[in-house]
Design a protein around this ligand. Structure first.
Ligand code: T3D
Length: 257
């Protein structure tokens, strides 16, 4: 079986991390294949990406057997060639990426999850900044996203102590959007992807761009960018359709154009 499953259904790309016996830990092959699939998601026919893990885990992060192998990739390559490109591709993708965290998310697995646009988790999932437990620092964008999501104090505590947090605790801290009971998780998390896939895709892209920048730009710069991006959104067919549908008191039919 390939280490990444990829399927397009009704404009939604389903990406499944697929090394279930290794808790979907990333080796080089899986990291590179994941990047290829994220590139395929640039295709116009795809309007939303739904990312999840096969089996019990979302992902246990780096495959530790691979790094222990003297012939395995070196740590600098692991970051520059595996994880950093993945995080960049997710943040730059012009459509929403939903992380459906179906089980434990540890190390790079946790940080790839939280860099996605909408993060939801099943109630029994857990999040672990496992890096300190093996003498590393958080990577895969974790030092950028985590303090911005949950605040500096909690980010320092979780990354230093390597504590396991439940999905509910993670939600309360602001690390993720929603937690669903295990028996409805698949259906409810997928519903979010379905909703997004029928929304004005370009406006969602510009929203993502504006919020990506909000982390790093100042107030005036942000207002200026909102002007530019809003003007772009207003030139889309979906904007015209949205206004018309409102005036005609009907449901809009957005095409992502
Ligand atoms: O050099 C570098 O490492 C650079 C890259 C850094 C990025 C990182 O992601 S560093 C962090 C790496 N990840 C970890 O340290 C997490 C290691 N895993 C765990 O702590 C635990 O497995 C979990 C907390 C995730 C789950 O615990 P539990 O008790 O539910 O399951 P388990 O029995 O430990 O694991 C189940 C199987 O998955 C097991 O296989 P086995 O023994 O049944 O054949 C286990 O070995 C395998 N597994 C889990 N995590 C990894 C893994 N195999 C390889 N690499 C893993 N990371």
């Amino acid at each position: 079986m390939p280490s990444i499953l990829f399927e397009i259904k009704n404009t939604i790309a389903h990406i499944t991390l697929n090394r279930p016996d290794k808790y979907n830990a990333f080796n080089r092959e899986m990291a590179l294949l994941f990047q290829d699939k994220l590139d395929e998601c640039k295709s116009k026919e795809i309007r939303c990406v739904y990312l999840t893990g096969a089996g019990k885990a979302f992902s246990a992060g780096q495959d530790l057997a691979e790094v222990a192998d003297p012939n395995g990739p070196k740590i600098t390559h692991i970051l520059s060639e595996h994880y950093n490109p993945i995080v960049r591709k997710i943040r730059k993708l012009s459509k929403p990426v939903v992380a459906a965290v179906n089980g434990v998310a540890a190390g790079a697995g946790a940080n790839i999850a939280i860099c996605c646009d909408i993060v939801v988790a099943t109630e029994s999932a857990t999040f672990i900044q496992a890096f300190s437990k093996i003498g590393l620092i958080p990577d895969s964008g974790g030092t950028f996203f985590l303090p911005r999501l949950i605040g500096l104090q909690k980010a320092l505590a979780l990354t230093m102590l390597g504590d396991k947090v439940t999905a509910t605790e993670a939600e309360q801290m602001g690390m993720l959007y929603k937690v669903f009971a295990d028996d409805v998780f698949k259906e409810q998390s997928f519903k979010i992807a379905e909703t997004l896939s029928q929304m004005p895709t370009k406006a969602l892209h510009y929203t993502k761009q504006a919020l990506n920048q909000a982390f790093i730009s100042g107030f005036e710069e942000q207002l200026h960018d909102e002007e530019l991006l809003q003007e772009r959104a207003s030139r889309t067919q979906d904007y015209k359709e949205g206004v018309l549908a409102f005036l005609e008191k009907r449901k809009p039919n957005f095409k992502g154009e």
